[in-house]
Ligand binder design. Sequence first.
Ligand code: SAM
Length: 393
Amino acid sequence: MPNFIAKSIKSKSYPFGRDDVKFLWEVCGRNEKLIYTQCENESFLLTLKPKQDFVVLKGEKLSKPARTSLLQKALCVYRDENANEIVSEAMAYKPTKVIKKSELITDIDKFTVEFNTLVGVYDEIFIEIGFGSGRHLLYQAKNNKNTLVIGIEVYKPSIEQVAKLAMLNDLKNIRLINTDARLLLGLINSNVIDKIFLHFPVPWDKAPHRRVVSESFALECERVLKEGGSFELRTDSKEYAEYCVSNFLNLSNSKIFLKKNENLEISSKYEDRWKRQEKDIYDMQYKCEISSPKREIKDDMKFHNSYDMVKILTNFKNETIKDSDYFVHFEDIYSSNERILIKLAFGAFARPEHCFIKIENQKCEYFAKKPLLTFENLKAHKKVQECLDICKI
Ligand SMILES: C[S@@+](CC[C@H](N)C(=O)[O-])C[C@H]1O[C@@H](n2cnc3c(N)ncnc32)[C@H](O)[C@@H]1O
């Protein structure tokens, strides 16, 4: 993350800036200030942290722009306009190459809308979690032209590489999403998916809470799968296979099939590696035999009341509220005469959202980034609303 350290900064009145970089306002917290910045039509926050003999300026993580070059540019302008005596800096300005994003790559916040338009278009929908080099995903898309194959991967270079290979092979029935698979299933309606593949997941033997599969993941698979649909795990870890069996056996109705050392037509990079080492390969297939109740989210994540800003400031507590399937953590508060920013984490335990709430002119809204509309986030949002309502006008 680009940053610089200066002896001190001047006290300028907002707004100020140069060219297409504007610093619009600041809010003050216990240990740092946040500066609201606009640069080339994008908005984000800078963090200004005073230390004993100097100040550190850097980008704020939650609102970070997609192009680091914007952050670098804003920091350079702030340094030139407002800093006294630079002590050190790490922000060589390298304009980032603008790469045209493939039409096969979907942003997580646009996923629900695009997904709903595609549901009726294809005969079947497959999901592959953690597709890596994409051999199995491309194979499925090539051999099932009337099937939409959705690939979910946390590693961005794999997304870009597989998107290129899909275009080269003229495979348009693919959508790739750069996100945590545990988050994505929560955005999908019930009974719409035909197959979910999880091939050679990281076993996380020493940190099982990081595994893709969990009790709640099994429940989500059961919900999104059609009656007759299946979840298919392929792994070299006997322990992971047994762990999956026990999680899927917790479901009220479950039919589970197990196989050992079955050869498939397509072998992934990881599979080739384990086979060279003569490791055993395990398949676990869960077949869904029920139809789940509909779970479409109709509510929104807006705040409808007006709030007393002084009351919010005096009542704020750094606290965590937990329920069975969600939590809310009020982390920090920043303020000026005109506005308040509250930093919070909330949602499902395994996939928390981190965001700000801005209160200005007594109105409240999520700031910088809107949380995803999942059930756990919605429950957490209602709890946040309930807490803020103590200060409503
Ligand atoms: C061991 S590799 C296996 C890749 C591929 N399936 C294969 O068989 O070659 C595991 C892959 O899962 C991805 N991954 C790990 N956790 C994930 C998660 N929660 N959501 C989506 N992808 C994940 C990793 O980035 C990695 O590419």
